[in-house]
Design a protein around this ligand. Sequence first.
Ligand SMILES: [Ca+2]
Ligand SMILES: [Ca+2]
Length: 269
Amino acid sequence: MGTEGSYPLTFGASNLFGSSAPQTFTLNVQAAIPKLYGGSPSAAAPLSVSLGLLPAGKHVTITFDTLIADPLPVGVAQVVNQGAVSGSGFASLLTDDPDRPGAADPAIMFVGTRKMYLPVLMYKYPAGPPLPDLVVENITSAGDSVSVTVRNDGLAPVVAGFWIDLYIGPGSATVHVNQLWSDVGSRGVTWGVSDSALPLASGARLTVTLGDSFYQPLLSKPGGAIAAGTQLYAQVDSFNPNSSNGAVLETHARDGGAYNNILGPVAAP
Ligand SMILES: [Ca+2]
Ligand SMILES: [Ca+2]
């Protein structure tokens, strides 16, 4: 399954210079440089696009077809880029992704490879055999470091890899699987828990931390220090594009119990 292809990246820019005369702007975009797991970075030449004369208060949206020339590293699922708009008489401004909250977000394009990171397992158990049951035990933060501890409350070990999402000050609570931090807010952290932590035995805990071996920098935007009182949520087994069970079939999914994979809101200290 290749990830080469052409993807749209959309930038927005507004002339917010009030009643001043129309001005000429230029959008400058650097080619994104994928770099993960020691892969060699490569980049196309930066782009500079004249936006022409933009009257005060007018908005322009520019969509690029982004060509991904080489397969993305396993685990990389988004292309992130941000332009800068320059003109005369002001410092360059960052572009905004119009589809995301905030006024100066980088454009993020999910390219559908996240599902490649973990094996997709098909379960066809009849009711009965013991299953795992993942829960989030706690979220701890201090300054710009943050950790999430998960626990297996089920009677069987977790043998498949799974995702953990941390939501930092989301616009709304996360309530179900496949609702990732980037779906409800602009700051968050993703971990991909894989082989070195498995199996996770019945009763066992696992703590993941910003920057550890499970941390997914290209799927994360922690955004620096977490202010006191910021609402934090975490979801374990948060993602599987092919199943509402996540990557791990748990007791509540099979037997119809309440979904217990989300902790929050927890106020940052
Ligand atoms: Ca669970
Ligand atoms: Ca699950």
